[in-house]
Design a binder for this molecule. Sequence first.
Ligand code: MF3
Ligand code: CO
Ligand code: CO
Length: 293
Amino acid sequence: MPKDSSGHLIGGLHTPRLAVPASIPRPYYVDVKDFDESGHGDLYNEEEIERIRAVSQIAAETLDILTAEVRPGVTTDHLDRVAHEYMVDHGAYPSDLGYRGFPKSVCTSVNEVICHGIPDNTVLEDGDIVNIDVTAFKDGMHGDTNRTYLVGDVRQEVRDLVDRTREATLRGIRAARPGRQVSVIGRAIESYAKRFGYGVIREYTGHGVGREFHSGLIIPHYDDPERFTDVIEENMVFTVEPMLTLGGATWKTWPDDWTVATADGSWTAQFEHTIVVRADGPEILTASPAGLD
Ligand code: MF3
Ligand code: CO
Ligand code: CO
């Protein structure tokens, strides 16, 4: 694992961009510099929800097959390649590839990296954790999901962080009901995280997803009812994706302009699902078909 003189993780070397067959339709934004994703709304009819569900299931299956690939000795590039091939083989475009200049098909975020890590020749070691964030695009819709994986034998404090981040994500999802402000999702997540003294990242949030990768709707992972006044409606689709840390909640971006790491080097975990809110509560569109998470 490459590190700087103060022991912080640094990036490795990037490999050439992977190809997507021309037969797979790509989102309009690929390799486009400036574009506006907002303004297309977050409500969907049943036919559209089924399309989001279908692509969300491809994303979830991609995470399922990656379970067998995560082990000491593999590179994050290997995980990217496996994910890329699975999505393409299932007729989906990897939404990350070419999104605002992102060079790879998934995000791989190791240990102190909070999110948006770029797959490279970094070799995973026994005791590490790695979050893999997969977004797939098919039939005009995106589905977005991530999990944090254990690499070999991980120390208990970190395993607890991972388990509680999964639980925080599910608590946030369960709080989503029509008529409530989106801030209730943040309240459920933050109040649970605070029990354990975990840091809660604020500047990276859940988001509306479906027709667009990031629709403009913000789903906070902390409690701020004055600021996050949007009201959840029936058939609204968005992600819940809290990032919790063993230390503080401040972060810095690496010179690659993507990778976001904790400022204090504390390790961090994340889980993400795409959900649709029904009259009687949330439905997880990226639920694992194999019951894995
Ligand atoms: N999938 C991430 C999210 O949850 C976004 C990744 S954008 C990328 O919103 F460009 F970094 F790939
Ligand atoms: Co997301
Ligand atoms: Co994501």
